[in-house]
Ligand binder design. Structure first.
Ligand code: TRP
Length: 387
């Protein structure tokens, strides 16, 4: 190699290289450096002390906490302080209904369900049909159809209907809108532009939208005449909305919400970026049958294995970039089993095809149960919609 080639890149090149990832609620792309996000977003990494405190109260730690899938927070300490004083928090999360639910969506809600059970918390779940109508090339009727379909998946996860309240933006507009305008009056266009990279050609509904997503942070307290903390489990891409919400709700006399941030489950195509629902082919949907799951995993799951069996036995696989292994971190809750898979794969004892077979079996077991409950869900929808 000539001297020229080995020379360190200029600072300009370096900053270009490290800025290849992009994270806003409307775009997630590139290799995500979560450490960098912690600094950039000004969120706090969950420490062993935080985890020990959650474990002490909950009696156990969810695998997503043990494994750093939920990795950061805002104001968790305050939220738990209040909890220990007897002022229980409510949970708030949501879904923009623009298509079918895939496995990547489920992780936040699986975790929300655990929080509901362990902390005996009410959950307010917002379906933002307005958001998807405004931001995507989709009709209002289509978003409303997906709202219904997506509700079935949320219900199938087993939330307690007595403690879970669905808000649908266009249907509950009557209670949301009066609060949304109070929020909107405190947010300027320049704040929204800076947070989301909007320009003058964005439609005016999209500019207003953050106000709608802010309202459930405090609406339950208004409806119930209470003053509880709000805890929001979310995918970290949603944090920019709530950075704005946190400033505004305080000005309106409400508590800032606490937040727990999740990393993205990687797409089948590789560990960089967020699992997408734009190409249905390369993701696993909650409605996929066992054959489809098997075919998709075998065809699309990026492998960290070697090119030939001989090389694999000799050199071993790389679980860090192997999507089948990474997905098992979400679905195999037994730490011992998972660790054995890791070491066997790394040492070359376990082949890529065998690793994929373990995942396929795990997913199909999960999905069989999910689909059974999803079939029963239409009967329950009415119980979940806030009245
Ligand atoms: N904007 C989210 C999405 O596109 C939906 C949403 C509404 C949400 N409220 C939320 C997500 C609160 C997390 C937390 O899916």
């Amino acid at each position: 190699m000539s001297k020229n080639h080995s020379k360190t890149p200029s600072p300009v090149t370096v900053s270009k290289q490290i800025n290849t990832s992009k994270i806003t609620p409307y775009e997630v792309s590139g290799a995500i450096d979560y450490q960098r996000l912690i600094t950039e977003f000004g969120i706090s990494e969950l420490t062993p002390k935080d985890l020990a405190r959650i474990e002490k109260i909950a009696g156990e730690l969810h695998p997503y906490l043990r494994r750093g899938i939920f990795f950061a927070h805002r104001d968790l300490k305050w939220c738990l302080d209040e909890y220990e004083k007897g002022n229980k928090f409510f949970l708030y999360t949501g879904r923009g209904p623009s298509g079918p639910i895939h496995l990547g969506h489920l992780s936040t809600w699986i975790f929300a369900k655990w929080l509901q059970d362990k902390f005996d918390a009410d959950l307010w779940f917002q379906f933002t049909d307005d958001e998807k109508f405004l931001f995507k090339d989709i009709t209002l009727e289509e978003t409303q159809k997906w709202t219904y379909e997506n509700m079935l998946d949320v219900i199938a996860l087993g939330f307690n209907p007595k403690k879970t309240h669905f808000l649908i933006d266009t249907k509950h507009a009557g209670i949301i809108y009066p609060e949304a305008i109070k929020v909107a009056k405190k947010i300027t266009f320049s704040t929204i532009k800076a947070a989301f990279g909007f320009t003058d050609s964005n439609n005016i509904g999209s500019i207003f939208y953050t106000a709608m997503q802010t309202v459930p942070v405090f609406l339950p307290n208004i409806l119930n005449k209470e003053n509880r903390p709000c805890l929001i489990p979310l995918g970290v891409d949603q944090d920019p909305h709530f950075r704005i919400s946190r400033d505004v709700v305080e000005k309106l006399g409400h508590h800032k919400p606490a937040i727990l941030h999740a990393k993205f489950m990687p797409p089948l195509s590789g560990v960089d970026g967020k699992i997408s629902s734009s190409g249905y082919e390369a993701t696993i949907l909650t409605t996929d049958d066992p054959k489809t799951v098997k075919a998709k995993i075998n065809k699309y799951a990026f492998s960290g294995g070697q090119a030939t069996i001989e090389e694999h036995r000799k050199l071993g696989g790389n679980p860090e970039i192997d999507v089948a292994y990474q997905w098992l971190r979400y679905f195999e809750y037994d730490d011992k089993k998972l660790e054995k898979i890791y070491t066997d794969y790394k040492s070359g004892r376990l082949l890529s095809g065998e690793l994929k077979a373990i995942l396929i079996e795990k997913l199909n077991t999960f999905l069989a149960e999910h689909q059974k409950r999803r079939k029963e869900a239409p009967k329950l929808v009415d119980k979940f919609i806030y009245k």
